[in-house]
Design a protein around this ligand. Structure first.
Ligand SMILES: Cc1cc2nc3c(=O)[nH]c(=O)nc-3n(C[C@H](O)[C@H](O)[C@H](O)COP(=O)(O)OP(=O)(O)OC[C@H]3O[C@@H](n4cnc5c(N)ncnc54)[C@H](O)[C@@H]3O)c2cc1C
Length: 471
């Protein structure tokens, strides 16, 4: 392994001698590319980045950082809203080169390396007609999405991603290694199921896989309505969704129709209320089950069709390439109230850029049958995770998109359930974090004290170790 001279106070040449992965320091040719994350609004300057080649490299990095008093950032897919995979002056444990998966079709499980994206996992499992619940975008990292909870197309039917997390290998703050499962370090598994990157560096995830569609072919796609129809569509959707079989899920949002195929040219740039549906049940029942969503109202477009699950999962990846400016605001909602719909109409009419949007993702069905204290993820009331994102390629628009998202959120928040999904938030402080974990925060703080009393892993939505002075 080669590297340039050490920087700062830590002797990085010693770390270079220990790890097999690539050490990248300020001034190295690849440094700017290695420090960049998905959210172009984030520009951090770490002291060093190690692209780990195995778990031993992770252990070396954790021990080195502790010994030399360097902050530790952990990078999985690099998609975090607040850009928490990197930090100024930190040692970045970059897992992006660890991207293997191992499917066990007989046992319906998949073992996943920590640098995988959901596209990697879907590719591996859908070949066997199976999937693990994840999100709505394939390029998102498995690690960060899982550790925050994981809300996606399969949530109604099979629960959150964390409800399907069976086991995790973890390098702890003292450099030791444990496997967390229901039978070993079960408190750690509980905390990893929604508590974020607070408890150690996860070096392997094992998930349950579920049979979907006809050997992985589902029926899905968008149904688009004129923006003016939003109030009626939202009222219809909020009543209909709980009555639908759990094989069918759909998120609702306010969008600008992208100016690109497969959307018909006459719709390009038009504001719309969108519902993106995904039906994972048997296809001989599809016509009957999808009938109400195909026939309601006067849609601009009904884009439902059979497709491999991987195609629906990656449908938005091209529209949202890496490096755009993103400003995120989030809340959970127990209901979509009439007052909320008024707010959506006001701010949906003001979507500041073509990429800016509001989405509401259902957390009902299987996810809401898991008790709120069974995992760290607490909001399981059968409602929605709402997200407002101001997005644009041009950094000059950062202020405008941020202001719109903040104003929208401020007006909508009184209609919310209180907290928000940590994976859809920028850093918003401890009160907000407590509100997002409800009664589970205190147990998380106790487990944090047990596994990371010195708060080594604090570049995240940080749970403070309970009762430890200074935190
Ligand atoms: C376009 C887009 C779409 C999204 N859609 C969804 C969605 O549909 N559903 C959903 O639930 N979420 C969604 N998200 C949110 C997503 O879950 C978070 O952004 C998540 O943090 C991304 O994980 P990552 O590994 O890519 O992030 P990173 O930036 O690499 O890391 C995120 C956080 O996790 C920690 N971390 C990363 N790897 C590890 C590890 N191995 N061990 C311990 N801690 C670790 C980091 O310290 C950091 O705090 C979306 C995000 C984007 C940008």
């Amino acid at each position: 392994m080669t590297t340039s001279a050490s920087t700062g106070t830590a002797p990085y040449e010693e770390l270079a001698d220990t790890v097999r992965g690539e050490l990248i320091l300020p001034g190295d040719p690849g440094y700017d590319q290695a420090r960049a994350v998905y959210n172009g609004m984030i520009s951090k300057h770490p002291a060093a980045i190690v692209r780990c080649s195995d778990t031993a490299d992770v252990v070396s990095c954790v021990r080195f950082a502790r010994q030399h008093g360097v902050d530790v950032a952990i990078r999985g897919g690099g998609h975090n809203a607040a850009g928490l995979g990197v930090a100024d002056d930190a040692l970045v444990i970059d897992l992006s080169r660890l991207r293997s998966t191992t499917v066990d079709p007989a046992n319906h499980t998949v073992r996943v390396d920590p640098g995988c994206t959901w596209g990697d996992v879907d590719h591996a499992t859908v070949a066997f007609g199976m999937a693990t619940p994840s999100g709505f975008v394939a390029s998102t990292g498995v690690a960060g999405l899982t550790l925050g909870g994981g809300i996606g197309y399969l949530t109604r039917r099979f629960g959150l991603t964390v409800d399907n997390l069976l086991e995790a290998d973890v390098v702890l703050a003292d450099g030791t290694f444990v496997t967390a499962s229901e039978t070993s370090h079960s408190d750690l598994l509980w905390a990893l199921r929604g508590g974020g990157g607070n408890f150690g560096v996860v070096t392997s995830f094992t998930f349950r896989c579920n049979d979907i569609g006809e050997h992985g072919t589902i029926i899905g796609g968008p149904v688009l309505y004129d923006f003016a129809d939003t109030p009626e569509v939202m009222r219809w959707y909020r009543e209909l969704l709980p009555s639908l079989p759990e094989e069918l899920s759909g998120w609702i949002g306010l969008i600008t129709i992208p100016p690109a195929p497969p959307f018909p040219e006459e719709l390009w740039g038009r504001k719309a209320c969108a519902i993106v549906w995904c039906y994972t049940g048997p296809h001989d029942k599809a016509d009957e089950i999808l009938e109400p969503v195909r026939t309601y109202g006067s849609p601009l477009l009904v884009g439902l069709q059979p497709m491999p699950f991987t195609v629906l999962q990656s449908a938005f990846d091209g529209l949202y390439p890496t490096g755009l400016q993103w400003y995120w605001k989030a809340d959970f909602f127990n209901e979509i109230s009439d007052a909320a719909i008024d707010v959506h109409m006001k701010y949906g009419a003001q979507l500041p850029t073509g990429h800016s949007t509001m989405h509401m993702y259902p957390i009902d069905g299987a996810a809401s049958r898991v008790p709120a204290d069974a995992t760290a993820f607490a909001y399981r009331n059968g409602g929605w995770a709402g997200v407002i994102v101001g997005v644009d390629p041009d950094p000059a628009n950062a202020g405008r998109i941020s202001q719109w998202a903040q104003d929208y959120w401020t007006a909508l928040h009184p209609t919310s359930a209180g907290g928000g999904y940590i994976n859809f938030m920028m850093l918003e402080g401890q009160d907000r974090l407590r509100a997002s974990y409800l009664g589970n925060y205190d147990r998380l703080a106790q487990i944090k004290r047990r596994y990371d009393p010195d708060n080594v892993f604090h570049i995240n939505q940080n749970i403070r170790p309970e009762g430890v002075p200074g935190f």
